[in-house]
Write a protein of this length. Structure first.
Length: 133
């Protein structure tokens, strides 16, 4: 059974899913500038519209629910290749990154938050997120 996303309004944006709005609120809480669905890409025959762009970090953030699949992962890798930017995939409880290292996650965190987690392959499992000064 597929769970239907609940569209949510926040700061004048109509997010396709409540989880996207929650991430927008989180980014606001750490004072991170963001743009919602700012730039789309034509990658071969596929069109891709990343959820967030963080202009101060020059990276994309893609929000995925629990159904993040290998097909989704391949699309994210294609977006990284086409855009020449890191793409960080975030979900409800687990952060995953499409790149083969944790540099994208470190870029997102910057000096705003301290993230504690474990890197396995190309996935980072987060156990704790703390605000820093």
């Amino acid at each position: 059974m597929e769970i239907k996303a609940i569209q949510t309004h926040y700061k004048g944006y109509k997010f396709r899913a409540r989880l996207e709005a929650r991430w927008a609120i989180w980014l606001d809480n750490i004072n991170e500038k963001w743009e919602y669905e700012a730039e789309g890409f034509q990658i071969g025959k596929m069109r891709y519209l990343p959820d967030f762009f963080l202009p101060d970090r020059n990276i994309f953030v893609e929000v995925k629910g629990p159904s993040y699949s290998d097909v989704d992962r391949q699309k994210v890798l294609a977006l990284e290749e086409a855009s020449k930017k890191y793409v960080i995939v975030v979900g409800d409880k687990v952060f995953q990154i499409a790149n083969q290292n944790a540099a994208g996650l470190a870029t997102l965190a910057g000096s705003k938050v301290k993230i504690t987690g474990e890197l396995k392959g190309d996935a980072v499992t987060i156990s704790k997120i703390e605000k820093t000064q």
